[in-house]
Design a protein around this ligand. Sequence first.
Ligand code: FES
Ligand code: FES
Length: 121
Amino acid sequence: MTYSKKVLDHYENPRNVGSFSDNEKNVGSSLVGAPSCGDVMKLQIKVNSQNNIIEDACFKTYGCGSAIASSSLITEWVKGKTLKEAKKIKNSEIAKELELPPVKIHCSILAEDAIKAAIAD
Ligand code: FES
Ligand code: FES
């Protein structure tokens, strides 16, 4: 299987890797795993409580290149969006942007699950 250029770009230069410090306010966190492969994604968002806009986002992913690329991409996409807008991001949009092959679709689902769980938190 070959990775698309966009996957490789995010894999080699992941955006927003890390986590927020414990005493930071208005942070939503999630930790989701893909049952089929065991890969794990941790995603955090920092939200402006006045206007519900996501000001910052970061992730840590223990998983395949597509999972890393999907989480890297989604942290870029959610910044500047309201929680409501971010909730609407579909895994199919991630898969399309990264040109993921069918066997890697679940990696993008992991990213959608992670952002939804972080928003819920
Ligand atoms: Fe282990 Fe994806 S199956 S890295
Ligand atoms: Fe499981 Fe990518 S192989 S998240």
